[in-house]
Design a protein around this ligand. Structure first.
Ligand SMILES: N[C@@H](CCC(=O)N[C@@H](CS)C(=O)NCC(=O)O)C(=O)O
Length: 385
């Protein structure tokens, strides 16, 4: 009896989930629902063969037919490729109100680099957010990734997303709008060298900050949970709940995989961060009138550096004091970082690692930190026209 309740209950949940995502398309799952459908069909067959007491041979003979049925159901539910009947024009606005979907997570500095560039060039997109580490663990995919509903493409890795948009979207813009967007995303030998260096920097920041947040048992889980979106309404209820219950497991897995208890790894990360911050300091010290890193115009290199550094300026850019009412990070889209109650804000600050607070303070007095804050104030709300 108990197993029947589990089976029927599980099947009902799966069917509800699938009909929800198929009809509403409100999901970050691009392929996962297909797996769920096969599970339902094969699960149902296993129940039928059990109730009908099928022999081993009979079960084996039926299996190819079940596989075929499973394939056909998935193929029918996938529907028609959006651009099939529209000669590559994106016109089915009822089904896909926006051509692009960015999948990211709240504190996702590689995601912030993409969303900032997309906001600047005025790209029509919707954002869907997953909880921290949910993407890499459940889908073996890092965030951000971009879905293009017209070409049915999924593009992973923030650098590749920018290259894709530069090739596919920017040429469709007109006049000065196109020129500005082209200048922003233009790649040359110098910017490509920056890309490599900034990628190392971004990953060093992840491990370096996690060392204080996750590696220290005295630091409350609340802070990581907030950063991962466990209190963020934009993250699905299921993932928020999963984050809360699985936090200890995730914490120890990250300590192990990112070697957060290895002082040599921590030191190596610190050196990567220091050397890049010094390079940026020295650029602005040698060129006091310079506004950007690679020339007279704003470039994606500026956006990358500022987005990747933003988590180190948590209480300045991401969760600013209650009096400011808005977060510059992600253009204020995550309400869980805007804390208007001063006591709650102070409480969050007191739970934050002291080392990170001190680092933020020192960064704000350096040319590199001032440049990041200026870039956020001047350019985070800007849209090219
Ligand atoms: N090289 C990748 C790195 C992306 C990356 O490391 N993303 C992190 C978050 S910043 C991630 O996916 N973490 C695992 C997860 O949240 O599921 C890119 O540029 O997009």
């Amino acid at each position: 009896m108990v197993w029947l309740i589990f089976v029927v209950g599980g099947a009902v949940i799966l069917v509800c989930y699938i009909s929800y995502i198929v009809t509403k398309r409100y999901t970050t799952s691009v392929t996962g629902w297909r797996v769920a459908i096969s599970m339902i069909i094969f699960g149902t067959f296993s129940l039928i063969s059990n109730i009908g007491k099928y022999s081993f041979m009979k079960t084996l003979l039926w299996l190819p037919l079940v596989a075929l049925i499973s394939y056909l159901v998935i193929r029918i539910l996938s529907g028609i490729f959006p651009s099939t009947f529209h000669a590559a024009r994106f016109t089915d606005l009822t089904k896909y109100p926006k051509r692009y979907r960015l999948v990211a997570m709240p504190i996702n500095h590689f995601g912030e680099k993409v969303r900032w560039c997309m906001d600047l060039i005025g790209l029509p997109y919707e954002e869907m957010d997953v909880g921290g580490v949910m993407s890499i663990t459940l889908r073996n995919r890092t965030v951000p990734w971009l879905v293009d509903f017209q070409s049915n493409s999924v593009i992973g890795n923030s650098d590749e997303i920018l290259m894709y948009l530069s090739a596919v979207y920017v040429p469709t813009l007109c006049g000065s709008h196109q020129v500005l967007a082209q200048q922003l995303l233009a790649r040359n030998e110098m910017t490509i060298a920056w890309e490599d260096e900034l990628n190392r920097f971004g990953h060093a920041i992840q491990g370096w900050a996690y060392f204080y947040i996750l590696g220290n048992v005295n630091i409350s889980a609340e802070f990581t949970l907030r950063a991962w979106g466990a209190y963020e309404p934009k993250v699905s209820f299921l993932e928020r709940w999963l984050l809360q219950i699985s936090h200890p497991v995730i914490r120890y897995s990250l300590i192990f995989f990112l070697r957060l208890n290895d002082p040599a790894a921590h030191k190596a990360r610190q050196e990567i961060i220091n050397s890049l911050l010094e390079k940026v300091d020295s650029h602005f010290e040698k060129n006091p009138s310079s506004l950007y890193l690679t020339g007279d115009q704003i470039s994606y290199v500026d956006i990358i550096f500022c987005s990747l550094t933003a988590p180190l300026l948590f209480f300045t850019l991401i969760a600013p004091p209650p009096t400011s009412h808005k977060s510059f990070y992600a253009k204020n889209r995550f309400s869980s970082f805007v804390i208007s109650n001063p006591t709650e804000y102070q409480d969050m600050q007191s739970k934050y690692p002291k080392e990170l607070l001190e680092f933020e303070k020192s960064l704000l007095s350096r040319p590199c930190g001032k440049y990041v804050v200026r870039m956020y104030l001047e350019n985070r709300w800007k849209v090219f026209q």
